[in-house]
Write a protein that binds this ligand. Structure first.
Ligand code: WT7
Length: 567
C-alpha cells in the first residue's frame, strides 16, 4: 500500500508531470507509443522478458519477448512503409485477438499512422460506415474476415491495401490484396521511428451514439501519460505481475489497457483468443499464474452463474488484484468475489472518449459495493444539473457526471464531426452523458445513461444503427429498437417491427431478420427478440416513441403520453 501512496496523499500532491518524469518525457520531446511499448522496455534491460503469452483455439500457444515485440513491430512498420503508407494514414486493424493484432498496433504507432481497430465480429455494414468515415487507406485482416471486406471494397475507393496476415496460398489474391506473413518475414532490427509529438494522432476508436452514424474518437500519442499512470495506480501493475485484460482491442479497453498500459510499463500480459467459458478462463489463469485481472461485469455475472465448482478445480492463488469496467458492477458481484476469490472486484468507470480510467475504486481505499469509487487523482469531477449544467454541491442528488477537461488522454475531437465534439462540453465541464450521484464520502454511484444507447454486455449499441439496418430487410416497414433487461448482459437489444403487406408475422421471419442483423452489423447488435406490432406508437408529429416501448420492457411508469398519436 505505502508504495503507491494513499489515495488522499496522491490527490494532494498530484501532477501529470509525475508520469512524464517516470517516462523520461519533457514538453516538446518526441513521444511515440510504439517506441514506449517495445524499444524503451528493451533499453531498460528487459529485452528477454516475456511480453505476451498468447493462447488460441485448439490449445495453440505463442510466447513473445519484448525484444520480439520490438522486432515484429519494426518489421510490420517497414512493410507498411514499403507499401507507401505514412503518418496520419488510417490503418484499420480487423482481426481476432491474434498476436498480429497486438504487434500491428505497435507497428502502426511506430510509423506515425493512425490505428483504427474494429471488432472482428462486425459485419460488412458496420465495417463500411466506420471505414467510410475515416477514409481508411489500408486494412490488416485475416482470411476468415476478408470476405466481408471484398463485399464492400468497391464502395471504398480510398482503400488501397487489404493486407492478409494468414494467407495460405490456396486461392488467388484479389484486387488490392497482399499477403504478409509475420513469422516468415525477415525481421527488421532497426526502424526509423516516426517523430510523433504529444499531439500527433494515434488511435481512432469508433463509438455509438443515439443518433447518427458512429463517431470516430481521435486520440493522440500524449494519451500514454495517462494510460501509464492509471495502469500503475489503479490496475496496480508491477514489474513481476502477470496481467490479463479480457477486452478485445476492437474496443478502447483492449487498446488503452490491453496493449499500451501493461507494455509501456514492461509488464507481461496474457491473451486468450477463444470463446468464453468459465472453466477455460480459470484454467488459463492458473496456467499462466495471472496476478492482475481486468474484466467486465457481464463476464463476472457468467462466472457467478457457473458457481464455485470451476474455481475450486483451479489454483488461482497467484491472483491478487481484480478490476472491472464497462457497465454497472452489481454489489452482489463484489461480495461474491470477496467470498469465493478472497478479494473484491474494484469497479472502474471511463469511456472511449476519456481514453483512460476516470473514476475507480483506488487500491487501498475502502470499497463500497455498488459504487464506482472516486475520481483518479488529478481528475476533477462533479455532478451537474441536467438542465443548467451548474455544479450540484449537495451529496446524494442525481445529475450528470461532469469532468474538468484537460487530462492527457482526453479525445481531441470526433473525426470529421467537431460540432458533436463541442456539444460534449457544457459550462466548462466535459459531459460523458451518464447520470450519477456522489455520496457524502465523495464516492460516485452510477444511475444510468442519459441517452437511448444500449449497453449490452459492456458494448454500446446504437438503436439508430439497428433501426436503419432493419429497414433494409425486405419485410420490414418500420422499426423501433430499445433495450430489454437480461440476467447476464444486463441489457440486450429488442426490436419492435411492423411488416410490409404480404409478409407474415412468423417465428421463421423473426429468425431471418435476426440473422440479417447479425451478419450486417454484429452479434451484439442482433435483437434477441423481435416483437411484431401492427402499428408503432408515435407522437402526433410522427416520431416513434421509443421511451414508451422502453418503459414497457423495464416495467416502468410510462409517464406523460399526451403527445401520443390518437388511434
Ligand atoms: C460507457 C462508455 C472504457 C470502458 C469501456 C466502455 C458505461 C463504463 C462503467 C461502470 C457503469 C459504465 C457508461 C459509459 N460504463 N464503465 N463502471 N459503471 N457504467 O467504453 O464503449 O465508450 O462506453 O459505458 O455508460 O459512458 P464505451
Amino acid at each position: 500500500m505505502s508504495k503507491i501512496g494513499s489515495y488522499d496523499e496522491r490527490v494532494k500532491n498530484f501532477n501529470w508531470s509525475i508520469s512524464e518524469k517516470e517516462l523520461g518525457y519533457k514538453e516538446g520531446d518526441n513521444i511515440n507509443i510504439g517506441w514506449y511499448c517495445s524499444d524503451r522496455i528493451c533499453d531498460q534491460g528487459k529485452a528477454d522478458k516475456i511480453a505476451l503469452n498468447w493462447e488460441g483455439l485448439g490449445g495453440k500457444i505463442k510466447q513473445y519477448t519484448f525484444n520480439y515485440v520490438r522486432l515484429c513491430s519494426n518489421t510490420i512498420g517497414q512493410f507498411l512503409r514499403d507499401l507507401g503508407l505514412k503518418d496520419e494514414d488510417r490503418i484499420c486493424l480487423f482481426m481476432d485477438k491474434i498476436p498480429e493484432l497486438y504487434l500491428s498496433f505497435v507497428g502502426v504507432m511506430k510509423i506515425g499512422a493512425i490505428a483504427q481497430p474494429l471488432f472482428s465480429a462486425f459485419g460488412d455494414e458496420s465495417l463500411l460506415v466506420r471505414m467510410d468515415n475515416a477514409e481508411t487507406t489500408a486494412i490488416i485482416t485475416q482470411r476468415k474476415h476478408v470476405k466481408k471486406v471484398r463485399k464492400i471494397r468497391d464502395r471504398m475507393p480510398y482503400l488501397k491495401h487489404i493486407i492478409i496476415v494468414d494467407y495460405d496460398g490456396k486461392h488467388p489474391l484479389q484486387e488490392r490484396e497482399i499477403a504478409f506473413d509475420m513469422e516468415a518475414t525477415e525481421k527488421i532490427e532497426k526502424l526509423d521511428i516516426f517523430p510523433t509529438k504529444a499531439e500527433s494522432p494515434s488511435v481512432l476508436h469508433y463509438t455509438s451514439g443515439t443518433t447518427g452514424q458512429p463517431k470516430g474518437v481521435k486520440h493522440v500519442h500524449y494519451s500514454l501519460i495517462a494510460q501509464y499512470l492509471t495502469s500503475k495506480w489503479v490496475l496496480d501493475l508491477k514489474d513481476d505481475d502477470v496481467y490479463w485484460c479480457t477486452a478485445d482491442p476492437g474496443w478502447v479497453t483492449g487498446t488503452s489497457y490491453g496493449i499500451i498500459g501493461s507494455w509501456c510499463i514492461g509488464v507481461r500480459q496474457c491473451v486468450l483468443d477463444v470463446g468464453f467459458s468459465p472453466l477455460s478462463w480459470y484454467k488459463f489463469m492458473e496456467k499462466y499464474g495471472v496476478t492482475v485481472w481486468y474484466t467486465a461485469p457481464t463476464a463476472i455475472r457468467s462466472l457467478m452463474k457457473a458457481g464455485e465448482g470451476p474455481i475450486r478445480e483451479n489454483d488461482l492463488s497467484k491472483l491478487r488484484h481484480m478490476v472491472s469496467v464497462g457497465e454497472p458492477l452489481n454489489p452482489e458481484a463484489v461480495v461474491w468475489a470477496l467470498k469465493v476469490l478472497g478479494m473484491p472486484f474494484l469497479d472502474s468507470y471511463w469511456q472511449t472518449e476519456t481514453g483512460c480510467i476516470m473514476i475507480s475504486n483506488y487500491p487501498g481505499m475502502e470499497v463500497k459495493p455498488g459504487s464506482m469509487g472516486k475520481t483518479f487523482p488529478g481528475i476533477e469531477g462533479c455532478i451537474v444539473d441536467t438542465e443548467t449544467f451548474e455544479k450540484i454541491e449537495e451529496s446524494g442528488k442525481i445529475g450528470l457526471i461532469g469532468i474538468k477537461p484537460g487530462w492527457p488522454s482526453m479525445m481531441r475531437t470526433y473525426w470529421k464531426n467537431e460540432e458533436t465534439y463541442q456539444s460534449k462540453f457544457q459550462n466548462g465541464w466535459y459531459i460523458p452523458g451518464d447520470r450519477a450521484y456522489i455520496d457524502e464520502d465523495g464516492y460516485y454511484w452510477f444511475v444510468g445513461r442519459d441517452d437511448d444507447v444500449i449497453n449490452t454486455g459492456g458494448h454500446l449499441v446504437s438503436p439508430f444503427e439497428v433501426e436503419s439496418a432493419l429497414l433494409e430487410h425486405e419485410a420490414v416497414a418500420e422499426s423501433a429498437v430499445v433495450s430489454k433487461p437480461d440476467d447476464v448482459n444486463m441489457e440486450v437489444v429488442k426490436a419492435f417491427v411492423t411488416l410490409k403487406p404480404g409478409f407474415e408475422q412468423t417465428d421463421e421471419m423473426e429468425l431471418k431478420i435476426m440473422n440479417f442483423i447479425r451478419k450486417k452489423l454484429s452479434p451484439l447488435a442482433m435483437p434477441q427478440e423481435i416483437e411484431y406490432l401492427d402499428k408503432l406508437p408515435k407522437t402526433r408529429s410522427g416520431k416513434i416513441m421509443r421511451r414508451l416501448l422502453h418503459a414497457k420492457e423495464w416495467g416502468e411508469e410510462i409517464g406523460d403520453t399526451s403527445g401520443l398519436e390518437d388511434d
